[in-house]
Design a binder for this molecule. Structure first.
Ligand code: HEM
Ligand code: NAG
Ligand code: NAG
Length: 507
């Protein structure tokens, strides 16, 4: 629910919807916070001038924030500063700069800014879940536990790979039941991807028609939409507004409902918990709570179990599902590339055997197509907000402790000084002259360093198995009499394709 709940989405076009009352209240509250102004440091990155209340926001065209930011980086360079209200932000652009920050200065920028709105849900201190957790021991313990729990997923009867392969089968049957009629693949793909997280956290998948499952998915979608809206950003920037009466109380209702449902599921787990047979993430977490009972500093408590589970859903479903929709869209638009993938599948796997992870090393072209889909899809354009954990320096510029650091991942994935054809779908970016797969340093869709996406390995497994399973079974076509799908992204929760229709013809 918290993913992308970033202060700079303040700059979204939603601004138009603010009521006069909202503006009035905001201005009123801002008066009290007026005194917090930017100090001046030497070697602080350059940026547009800022004024009290609004910071540098007058320099941004709210209809096209992207254009304004591109102009700012043209004017001030790859490292520029910016102010939203009184929050200092430094925006980093381009592969060289972001590599230096995320990799060389990884720990210096490993903190996250406070998001006071969510503190009203109880997300803070040792119970902040994973995504929003401040850099420190609670986050480290939780991250280490989660990574090893995901990795050792041999805990239940089935391995993670087997679970994904099984889900890929259901996904492909659901496509088949559309019988070559045009349909929007969004919904079905969401179900499959969410089910992998259900399987990991709850121990089991759901039927796509299950009411509880659909309700949970719906709530997550709504809460993500809310989190990226205008009001939550305002409430995070101006926390004292939270104490005024108003619509913000409603914002927290959906996350509260989610937490309530998750709590029911956790309570069911507690009833039949068996330390000798931990079958899912919740069981393992309950074990950790048991193990660290006397420890005052422990991050393993029940509230944190709920937030962490919720984080796995918010971070792990929309992202992977959007990437798959981009990949299928690129197949629609590039039939020649699609048939090369078909050929490679026929050669290496055939039409009968189910694709497994081990096939990946023998399938450089398919692998390159998936990587290029992630590069072009560019689904988390400005990453998640980092914050300077201590005073630091990036390529000669001083970044004081507490500065919000924006890593523009898009500027890395599309860096014109690095990629041969930055603005085209060109799988050859990941292939050498002999057709072998090559890794590229500027491939950073999952970010890098201490805060690198926790689910990277899982996401890669899902992308390979889901994509290959669908491509083995179907040829994808643009429905007749339909306009060519659009390539420009729409900025919903992630940067995703506009809804499109697809025909899935059995091969
Ligand atoms: C294609 C799919 C995915 C993409 C592109 C993606 C991308 C990202 C990015 C850019 C970040 C921010 C890293 C930073 O702060 O610098 C992130 C964080 C995170 N992702 Fe993913 N992600 C994907 C799938 C997943 C999955 C499947 C999971 C679930 C296991 C997941 C769990 C997380 C978590 C928990 C964090 C927060 C890590 C932290 O703050 O320590 N992600 N992801
Ligand atoms: C991020 O990079 C992209 C591509 O270079 C650019 O268009 C955009 O304006 C940048 N955003 C920010 C916030 O600097
Ligand atoms: C960043 O780290 C790499 C490897 O440790 C090193 O080669 C490089 O010089 C460092 N970059 C800077 C600017 O210090």
């Amino acid at each position: 629910m918290e993913l992308l709940s970033v202060p700079w989405s303040l700059l979204s076009s939603c601004c138009n919807n603010v009521t006069l009352l909202g503006i009035f209240l905001t201005a009123f509250v801002l008066l009290f916070d007026f005194m917090k102004r930017r100090k001046t440091w030497t070697r602080y990155p350059p940026g547009p001038s800022s004024i009290p209340f609004l910071g540098s926001m007058l320099h941004v065209d709210f209809q096209q924030p992207h254009v304004s930011f591109t102009q700012l980086s043209k004017k001030f360079g790859n490292i520029f500063s910016f102010q939203i209200c009184w929050r200092n932000l430094v925006v980093l652009n381009g592969f060289e700069v972001i590599k230096e920050a995320l990799i060389n200065k990884s720990e210096d920028i490993a903190d996250r800014p406070r998001l006071p709105l969510y503190e009203h849900l109880g997300i803070c201190g040792k119970s902040a879940g994973m995504i929003l957790a401040r850099y420190g021991r609670a986050w480290k313990d939780l991250r280490k536990f989660s990574l090893s729990t995901l990795r050792n997923f041999g805990m239940g009867k089935k391995s993670l790979e087997e679970r994904i392969i099984e889900e890929a089968g259901f996904l492909s049957s659901a496509f088949e039941s559309e019988e070559s009629r045009p349909f929007d693949p969004h919904f079905i793909i969401n179900n499959a991807v969410s089910n992998v997280i259900c399987s990991i956290t709850f121990g089991d998948r759901f039927e796509y028609t299950d009411e509880k499952f659909q309700k949970l998915l719906h709530l997550f979608e709504e809460s993500m939409k809310l989190a990226t809206g205008f009001l939550p950003q305002m409430l995070n920037a101006v926390p004292s507004m939270m104490y005024l009466p108003g619509p913000h109380q409603k914002i927290l209702q959906i996350p509260k409902q989610i937490i309530r449902i998750l709590k029911e599921i956790v309570d069911e787990h507690k009833k039949i918990w068996d330390p000798a047979n931990k079958k899912d993430f919740i069981d393992a977490f309950l074990g950790e709570i048991e193990k660290t009972k006397g420890d005052q500093e422990t991050t393993f408590n029940e509230l944190n179990l709920l937030f962490t589970t919720s984080d796995l859903f918010s971070a792990g479903t929309e992202t992977t599902s959007t990437t798959l929709r981009w990949a299928l869209l690129f197949m629609l638009l590039h039939p020649d590339i699609q048939s090369k993938v078909h050929e490679e599948i026929d050669q290496m796997i055939g039409r009968e055997r189910k694709p497994v992870l081990g096939d990946q090393v023998n399938m450089p072209f398919t692998n390159a197509v998936i990587h290029e889909s992630q590069r072009c899809g560019d689904i988390v354009p400005i990453g998640l907000p980092h914050m300077a954990y201590r005073d630091t320096e990036i390529l000669g510029f001083f970044i004081p402790k507490g500065t919000v650091v924006v890593t523009n991942l898009s500027s890395v994935l599309k860096d014109e000084t690095y990629w041969e054809k930055p603005h085209q779908f060109y799988p050859e970016h990941f292939l050498n002259a002999e057709g072998q797969f090559v890794k590229r340093e500027a491939f950073l869709p999952f970010s890098a360093g201490r805060r690198v996406c926790l689910g990277e390995q899982l996401a890669r497994m899902e992308l390979f198995i889901f994509f290959t399973t669908l491509m083995q079974r179907f040829t994808f076509l643009i429905p007749e009499n339909q306009p060519k799908p659009q390539l420009d992204p729409c900025f919903a929760v992630t940067s995703s394709p506009h809804p499109y229709q697809i025909c899935a013809k059995l091969r």
